[in-house]
Design a protein around this ligand. Structure first.
Ligand code: ASP
Ligand code: MG
Length: 399
């Protein structure tokens, strides 16, 4: 008997037929004498629809009420999943985040899971039930409902697997594993049988849509056996694990289209100015990714950095409001850009990876706007109109 946590994403639950298929997977694991915890996302684009409804009311809705609203997507899913399982003759019970003991901090919309009190889940498992838990949500110390960030159901699943010391955590999705690039865009992408946590984390953080990056981080920290599988094709999928024997120099190419560039011109070139700028951004909880600062010309310098698109308005508002304090001349933005990254754990010991990437971009006629590197990653920012061409060219250079 094993304890299995299995998570079904929105696309695997989008209609009654798909819901039945997902329930069938859980039912068959249950019938093999396993204990099964099912984590569900909202069906299809239910979360997007809920967000659109809130936005129709006004831009600055209360984060607390937003979480109450968004958590209903998963709540509907979990009830339907439990009904479906029961209809198949499998005893099942659904639990919201708070009922499942998922305690988070109070940051609505981006809450972090602090701890999980597994008593209720254990008690239900002991009663031989499949436990269906709503992903993406928890409860704040105040007792209010929180959500943990878009795509967060993966993180719920891994957190539950860690807390319950599950034997495996399976993430069911609409692709049959982790590919060298999004197989929905790059037709000749290759599937990996295994990938290590660090590579997976970089790929997820750089915009590969397959796993929520915090779920990978947590899986690594707690040594959770993580598998990505298709809910439609029966196959082995991809295992995410600590060490992969053969380090590839490049294991994947990711594209992040949720990027905007901000350039500040005429920033006074003096100690402390950059610190003031970035601490102001941090205070506003604006996540800065790539930073580029050319050498100063005279007394003034410029700086370019990237932020997620949804933070752009907020960032510009803040910057304009503190123009005199930060002492700069002008600010300009460009949200028609994207980031293309290559990731590979073997990159550090392989020469020429960067030049191969840049050559591929050059041959495709793509201009590189900014570059940033880490030990296992190289990212470039390119214009949106070069996005597809650049993505394909970089993938073709390595696969
Ligand atoms: N339903 C949430 C979202 O769309 C959480 C998830 O699917 O993981 O972001
Ligand atoms: Mg997802």
């Amino acid at each position: 008997m094993a304890l299995i946590v299995e998570k079904f994403g929105g696309s695997s639950l989008a209609n009654t037929e798909k819901l039945r298929n997902a329930a069938g997977i859980a039912a068959s694991d249950y019938r093999k004498e396993n204990q099964v915890v099912v984590v569900v996302s909202a069906q299809g684009d239910a979360t997007d629809h809920l967000i659109a409804q809130a936005e129709a009311i006004g831009r600055r809705v209360s984060p607390r009420e937003m979480d109450v609203l968004l958590s209903t997507g998963e709540q509907a899913s979990m009830a339907l999943m439990a009904m479906m399982l029961t209809g198949m003759g499998v005893p099942a019970v659904s639990l919201c985040g708070w009922q499942a003991g998922i305690h988070t901090d109070a940051q609505h919309g981006v809450a972090r899971i602090d701890r999980i009190d597994t008593r209720r889940i254990r008690a239900e498992l002991d009663q031989n039930r499949v436990v269906v838990v709503a992903g993406f949500q928890g409860i704040a110390p105040s007792g209010d409902i929180t959500t943990i960030g878009r795509g967060g159901s993966d993180t719920t699943a891994v957190a539950l697997a860690a807390a319950l010391e599950a034997d495996v955590c399976r993430i069911y999705t609409d692709v049959d594993g982790v590919y060298s690039a999004d197989p929905r865009v790059i037709k000749n992408a290759v599937r990996h049988y295994e990938i290590d946590y660090d590579e997976m984390l970089e790929l997820a953080s750089q915009g590969a849509q397959v796993l929520h990056n915090r779920s990978v981080e947590m899986a690594k920290r707690f040594g959770v056996q993580l598998e990505v599988k298709s809910s439609f094709i029966n196959g082995v999928g991809t295992r995410v694990r600590e060490v992969v024997m053969e380090k590839r120099s490049v294991s994947g190419v990711a594209r992040d289209q949720n990027v905007a560039l901000i350039t500040i011109e005429g920033l006074r070139d003096q100690p402390g100015n950059i610190w003031r700028l970035f601490s102001a951004l941090t205070e506003q909880k604006i996540n800065v990714d790539i930073i580029l600062q050319p050498p100063a010309a005279g007394q003034r310098t410029s700086i370019t950095f990237s932020v997620p698109r949804e933070s752009l308005d907020h960032a510009v508002e803040m910057l304009t409001g503190s123009q005199s304090g930060l002492s700069y001349e002008s600010v300009s933005v460009d949200d028609r850009v994207c980031k293309i990254s290559i990731v590979g754990a073997g990159m550090a010991s392989d020469y020429g990876v960067a030049s191969r990437m840049f050559e591929a971009l050059y041959r495709a006629g793509v201009n590189v706007r900014c570059v940033t590197t880490s030990e296992i990653k190289i990212s470039v920012i390119v214009s949106e109109e070069d996005s597809d061409r650049g993505f394909i060219a970089v993938h073709d250079a390595f696969f």
